[in-house]
Design a protein around this ligand. Structure first.
Ligand SMILES: *Cc1c(COP(=O)(O)O)cnc(C)c1O
Length: 383
């Protein structure tokens, strides 16, 4: 039988939720969702964790928690899922695409530096494929320019940069729990920070402005309006809450993460064995002193045999923003902002040289090996 990512452990927790008749997390606490947040914080080594309903919501929440204002610029990688840049637009800020390392498609320190203006407030780093970005260099740039750093860890559950877990290096980290990720509740997301004030702002933003703080943080008392009680909405906010059903699944999934990561490692090793001296295929991509934890195993092949389909500014929405010179929320774009082809040459050229082989923990090693062999044959024939 194929490997089961979900089994009795998730089922037992789900049964408890159903039996409790409480499927939402209640007024801030939640038996399962709250427990999952504490477990995740312990696993990551981070003080404040907020579980939300998707990785995209986690990123929007994180940007809001950074205190960004309309028209602020956020530097994003040109090569990354478009879900990385939509939250920037969603809070009224302007995504500025930075070029990447052509070998990895990961946002590069030089790419970031070239995009800094007076309006830049934050950098969204994405540890693409589960390979850590060069965080030391990026943090140095951020400190020099007084910028905040959001680590996008949707594809990176536990890899390290110079011995430190990614997600603990920047100001805030965001994770996705969508089906394809290292652990999953189908949909879901995680926000994590060590800063209590950021956690409070995040909770308000994701909880309709209601301060149901965890971690013993004190909430303000709702005011009366003309003698009437109010429920206590202290700020604008969405409802991005995670349900108890998701929390129940996440607790079981997090406990299995080491096993899942070992399986991913075995798949990646098998792929590497097949490709290690394959002509035309480069597998040595990770930065020195980093330990990847692959979401997908990327390899580099001669152009145009590669294909990576996630250059953000080539998506239709960004083309429209280019044409209209404003974001889809109507925020005007400064003259120097470009979503035209040619904006990030490394991202565009690198996309034609990138291939990936699936290392999902639910796959069998032999299937990943077969994919690697097929790729090797394809490249050999094309050379
Ligand atoms: C999956 C993913 C997202 C989006 O997460 P969702 O949970 O699908 O909203 C964002 N960024 C990266 C890098 C991802 O891989």
């Amino acid at each position: 039988m194929a490997f089961q990512c979900y089994d009795e452990k998730e089922m037992n927790n789900l049964r408890k939720v159903i039996e409790s008749q409480e499927l939402w997390r209640g007024f801030g606490h939640g038996n399962f969702t709250g427990q999952f947040e504490r477990d995740f914080g312990e696993w990551l080594g981070c003080k404040y964790v907020l579980a939300v309903c998707s990785g995209t919501c986690a990123e929007e929440t994180a940007l809001a928690a950074l205190g960004l204002e309309v028209g602020d610029e956020v530097i994003c990688p040109a090569s990354a899922p478009i879900f990385v840049s939509f939250p920037v637009v969603g809070i009224g800020c302007i995504p500025i695409f930075a070029d990447v390392d052509p070998r990895t498609l990961i946002i590069s320190p030089e790419g970031i530096e070239a995009r800094i203006t007076e309006r830049t407030r934050a950098i969204m780093v994405v540890h693409l494929w589960g390979m850590p970005a060069p965080m030391d260099e990026i943090m140095t740039i951020a400190e020099k320019n007084n910028l905040k750093v959001l680590e996008g860890c949707a594809q990176a559950f536990g890899p390290t940069h110079r011995g430190r877990k990614v997600g603990t290096i920047g100001d805030v980290a965001c994770y996705s729990l969508q089906q394809s990720k290292h652990m999953s509740s189908g949909e879901g997301g995680v926000f994590a920070t060590d800063d209590p004030e950021m956690y409070k702002r995040a909770l308000l933003f994701a909880n309709g402005g209601m301060p149901w703080y965890g971690y013993g943080l004190e909430a303000p008392t709702p005011q009366l309006v003309a003698g009437n009680r109010t429920r206590g909405h202290f700020a604008f906010g969405h409802n991005y809450r995670m349900s108890e059903l998701q929390g129940a699944v996440c607790i079981a999934q997090l406990a299995k993460l080491p096993e899942f990561n070992n399986r991913r490692e075995s798949l990646a090793q098998a792929i590497d064995e097949e490709l290690k001296d394959a002509p035309g295929i480069e597998i040595d991509l990770a930065y020195p002193d980093t330990e990847p934890n692959y979401w997908i195993r990327p390899v580099r092949v001669p152009a145009p045999l590669g294909h990576y389909s996630e250059i953000n500014y080539l998506e239709v929405e960004f083309q429209k923003m280019q044409r209209d010179r404003r974001t889809s929320l109507g925020v005007p774009l400064p003259d120097y902002v470009s979503y035209e082809p040619g904006t990030c040459p490394n991202a565009e050229a690198g996309a034609k040289q990138m291939r990936g082989i699936g290392t999902h923990h639910g796959r069998e090693v032999e299937d990943a090996r077969a994919d690697a062999r097929k790729l090797r044959e394809e490249i050999e024939q094309a050379l």
